[in-house]
Design a protein around this ligand. Structure first.
Ligand code: PLP
Length: 392
């Protein structure tokens, strides 16, 4: 039987069994509503608060700075909408490489006439110009700056410490979408001058539908979701207790084993780069994807040439039960191509494949994938009629 290989971990990751076991009691014995005053409610409330304390400690902050959300999208929306509206900011600065959770939210504010939106200049690899940022901020207008830490499509890492320093110098509010990096990089919020950071459990072997927003300020934020005053009135709705418990456990595991996981995953990435470069002539890499010090260990974005028989490499891999993607999973069903690849503006001929790794992937899987993909480029060209049919 063909083995199933999952290399789409930037889209989502499999749940860890330890995380599942930590969540289990809150489905069954301790299923209470944290807002209930009786002991069932108190047990659930304790679990939520214990999880908040765990996450706060991992980020070197106190629990009041962590707000639970339904995931990364809601946390990004909350940070942007409350961050901008609370301080009546009229200028937002971002990059064309952000996830749609950020870009669409900022563009909606721009279309409403609430803000002017400016994109940072960058080079062909996607490296951002910090001097442009400094130039924009030096004009003196109070700004909201949103720059992601690790890009979900090509893996480029941005130097958010430096960006945070620049923002702090000009009193700009700084939000970083850290969905792809949370658990992989240390965020010491006593040192990093970020106003908002984001976590989403399903990106680090936790459950889907659970995430958090870190806010630097002690002041309460303007809620994005109103209702029963949960999360100190900053995010209403009955807490996703199982999800929150799973989120904290998953983050704890990720940080407890961070270096070992990072070593393993970097090894997988190096191995795939080496094998593909040797086996597929003309292969290219998007952005800084092939440079480990400048990109996420978990993401490798490759451009393969047109295959001789005209097959799409992604559907070819799928036939062999290999899951990879063309870019971000959220956009894979939309008609538009990747906004990240078009913003990079490279003119590579061929198809992009994003491979993304987790601690559960193995060297054997990498070898198998490289072998299979290389085989696609040894197939004979399709007969002329094939192209006629395809073009019809
Ligand atoms: C960089 C980035 N930001 C935000 C999100 C949205 O997170 P969620 O799926 O938890 O809503 C994703 C998910 O792919 C992401 O990669």
């Amino acid at each position: 039987m063909e083995m199933k290989i999952y290399l789409d971990n930037a889209a989502t990751t499999p749940l860890s069994i330890d995380v599942f076991q930590a969540m289990q009691p809150y489905f069954f014995e301790n299923f209470g509503n944290p807002s209930s005053a009786h002991h069932c409610g108190r047990e659930a409330k304790n679990a939520v608060e214990q999880s908040r304390a765990t996450i706060a400690e991992l980020l070197n902050t106190t629990p009041a700075h962590i707000i639970f959300t339904s995931g990364g999208t809601e946390a990004d929306n909350t940070a942007i909408l409350s961050g901008i509206r609370e301080k009546q900011i009229k200028l937002a600065i971002t990059t064309p490489f952000e996830h749609h959770a950020v870009l669409h939210t900022l563009k909606a504010l721009q279309q409403n006439g609430e803000i002017k939106l400016v994109y940072l200049q960058h080079d062909q690899k996607g490296n951002l110009s910090l001097s442009h940022l400094e130039h924009l901020l030096a004009a003196g207008e109070k700004a909201f700056v949103s720059v992601m830490h690790g890009n979900n499509e090509v893996g480029n890492l941005n130097n958010i410490e430096e960006i945070a320093e620049v923002c702090s110098r000009y009193s700009a509010v700084f939000h970083s979408d850290t969905v792809q990096t949370m658990g992989q990089y240390i965020y010491d919020t006593q040192k990093l001058k970020a106003d908002f950071l984001i976590g989403s459990a399903h990106k680090f072997h936790g459950p889907k539908g659970a995430g958090f927003l870190y806010k630097r300020s002690d002041a309460a934020i303007r809620p994005f979701i109103n209702g029963g005053a949960q999360e100190s009135s900053q995010r209403s709705g009955t807490e996703n207790v199982t999800g929150i418990v799973g989120l904290a456990k998953a983050l704890e595991i990720a940080y407890d084993n961070r270096e070992a996981y990072q070593r393993h995953i970097s090894g997988l990435k190096d191995r795939l780069i080496f094998k593909l470069t040797n086996k597929i002539p003309g292969i290219r890499f998007n952005g800084n994807s092939a440079q480990q010090n400048l990109s996420l260990a978990t993401v490798l974005s490759v451009v393969v040439p047109q295959s001789p028989d005209g097959q799409s490499p992604l559907s070819y891999l799928d036939q062999y039960h290999i899951c990879a993607s063309g870019g971000s999973a959220c956009s894979s069903r939309s008609a538009a191509g990747s906004h990240v690849l078009s913003a990079l503006g490279n003119d590579f001929e061929g198809s992009t494949i994003r491979f993304s790794f987790s601690r559960y992937n193995t060297n054997e899987e990498i070898d198998h994938v490289a072998e299979k993909l290389a085989y696609l480029f040894t197939l004979s060209p399709a007969p002329f009629e094939y192209y006629n049919v395809r073009m019809a």
